[in-house]
Design a protein around this ligand. Structure first.
Ligand code: NAP
Length: 301
């Protein structure tokens, strides 16, 4: 994606845009994970979902080295996104593609589980493979996916810095990071660090301290599983106020959830996932929903 030097959005559509490091892109991005892991749709449907999101003005795609579900399919989602962009007729240079290093899938018991490797040399290797799979010289935004308890955090971040210094990544993000880890990453990466991608939804609010902290530091907070993920939540009653506000506006409660997160500050972005075009097209419209202060107070309770 092209960097923007002014606050003028580079895009010509009407979607809400916000700044993330040197880029201006849509505040609502498409999370690619569901298109490549368990219960993934056919490749044809997956490509259509990405094309439909882009046609609707979405200019932010989120992927990871680790979005695949069987041995031999490594980097499935990165390759899918590359194919979708290659076959899309719109302005590809407006699209921010963010990916992540440090996670992989383990198949030791026959079922895919998630595992981490935050050793600097592994992160460097993953990062270079991501650039290759995406077909780019430099990745727009590369996140350190998840802290590895076996590796001191600063050592992993030093590995990410090598990728930045060597030009493999134009900007760096961190994911699943605490306030303390944000400080460590900033001390090593300086202005190369532009975003923190953490879990946030009505059923997961432990990250609210990092929502506040990123705002204070001028970093972008990118919310993952912003709707609560695709598994049925333990406590569905957390969604009741969102359903109440949604009924008042005549929209889906998912739109209210996303609008509530975006209303936490101008530094907020969200990455709803989808297996179908209908759901991402509905989610993208959350940027048209204006919540009153009274409604936000109700949702914050
Ligand atoms: N950094 C990390 O460690 C990390 C971890 C997990 C996820 N992520 C990122 O976050 C993205 C999103 O996470 P996620 O997919 O787990 O969870 P999510 O976005 O919270 O939820 C996805 C589910 O919500 C449904 N949905 C989405 N929009 C909807 C709408 N407007 N109306 C009704 N249902 C709707 C989808 O339905 P359908 O299935 O019917 O389409 C899907 O089942 C991932 O793709 C990935 O990019 C990052």
């Amino acid at each position: 994606m092209t960097e923007t030097t002014s606050s003028t959005p580079s895009t010509h559509h009407t979607r809400l845009t916000r700044k993330i490091g040197p880029y201006t892109t849509t505040a609502i991005g498409l999370g690619g994970m569901g298109l490549s892991i368990e219960k993934k749709p056919s490749r044809e449907v997956a490509i259509q979902v990405i094309h439909d999101a882009l046609d609707a003005g979405c200019r932010h795609l989120d992927t990871a080295w680790a979005y695949y579900m069987s041995g031999g399919e490594e980097q499935h989602n990165e390759k899918l996104i590359r194919e979708a962009l290659d076959t899309w007729h719109g302005p590809k240079d407006e699209v921010l593609v963010a990916t992540k290093s440090g996670h992989f899938r383990n198949f030791t018991d026959g079922v895919p589980t998630w595992d981490v490797n935050g050793a600097p040399e592994a992160l460097i290797q993953y990062g270079k493979q991501s650039a290759q799979a995406l077909g780019v010289e430099a990745i727009d935004l590369l996140y350190f996916h998840r802290p590895d308890p076996k590796v001191p955090y600063n050592e992993s971040i030093e590995g990410m810095k090598v990728l930045y210094d060597e030009g493999v990544a134009k900007t760096i993000g961190i994911s699943n990071a605490s306030v303390e880890q944000i400080d460590i990453a900033r001390s090593i990466l300086g202005d190369a660090l532009v975003a923190v991608q953490n879990q946030l939804s009505p059923i997961y609010t432990d990250s609210l301290d990092t929502v506040e902290y990123t705002k204070k530091l001028g970093l972008t907070f990118v919310s993952w599983s912003p709707l609560g993920g695709f598994r049925k939540p333990k406590d569905e009653s957390k969604y009741d106020p969102f359903k109440e506000v949604a009924a008042h506006h005549g929209v889906s409660y998912q739109q209210v959830v996303l609008a509530w997160e975006l209303a936490m500050g101008d530094h907020m972005m969200v990455l709803p996932g989808a297996h179908r075009s209908e759901t991402i097209l509905d989610s993208l419209r959350a940027d048209e929903l204006v919540l009153s202060q009274e409604e936000i107070d109700l949702l914050n309770r």
